[in-house]
Design a protein around this ligand. Sequence first.
Ligand SMILES: CC(C)(COP(=O)(O)OP(=O)(O)OC[C@H]1O[C@@H](n2cnc3c(N)ncnc32)[C@H](O)[C@@H]1OP(=O)(O)O)[C@@H](O)C(=O)NCCC(=O)NCCS
Length: 169
Amino acid sequence: MISECTEASATAAVQPELRPLAAPHLQACLALDRRCLGGLWSADQWEQELADERRPGLGLWHGEALCAMACGWLVVDELHITLVAVDQPWQRRGLGRRLLAALLARAAELGAAHATLEVATANQAALALYRSLGFSDAGIRRAYYRDGGDALIQWLRLPESDPRDQGCG
Ligand SMILES: CC(C)(COP(=O)(O)OP(=O)(O)OC[C@H]1O[C@@H](n2cnc3c(N)ncnc32)[C@H](O)[C@@H]1OP(=O)(O)O)[C@@H](O)C(=O)NCCC(=O)NCCS
């Protein structure tokens, strides 16, 4: 059975715990993807995502319930952020920022010097989140999405990783 983040758990005092996403989390990732993003990736795509060590992914967990997740692909010295989702009851509580900051730190540890992503120009919440982390506009892709919407390319130079700072949290 997959645990879901409910309103009740979202008001609990305990902060969700940061853990890397891995193969056993397939069903939880699929379910959160469906709830937050309408099912961006198929089960096969998620399986591949969770198996590839050049695709670091992090989750925030409230007990066994996955409340938020962020994924990226390491391409040479760049982290391409492919997905960010925070379950609705947990939004606007700083989880998105905490998760992305941890993913950027993890990518820097793995040798990334830059991070980049595409975001819909209409997604003001996500844009504000990326800007709050220091991302800036690096270009626009016209009619990038199926609905004809444009995407803004976001870009961030990562600070060099300090080898004394280990772990993701
Ligand atoms: C975008 C998303 C990941 C933000 O996650 P979150 O945990 O709610 O964001 P945080 O609470 O960490 O917010 C960090 C900053 O982002 C901005 N922000 C987040 N949600 C916002 C909203 N609804 N409206 C305006 N600004 C918002 C704010 O600047 C916020 O800082 P503040 O709270 O100090 O003002 C979340 O709304 C979500 O999962 N949306 C659906 C999926 C999606 O659009 N993913 C991104 C594209 S793949």
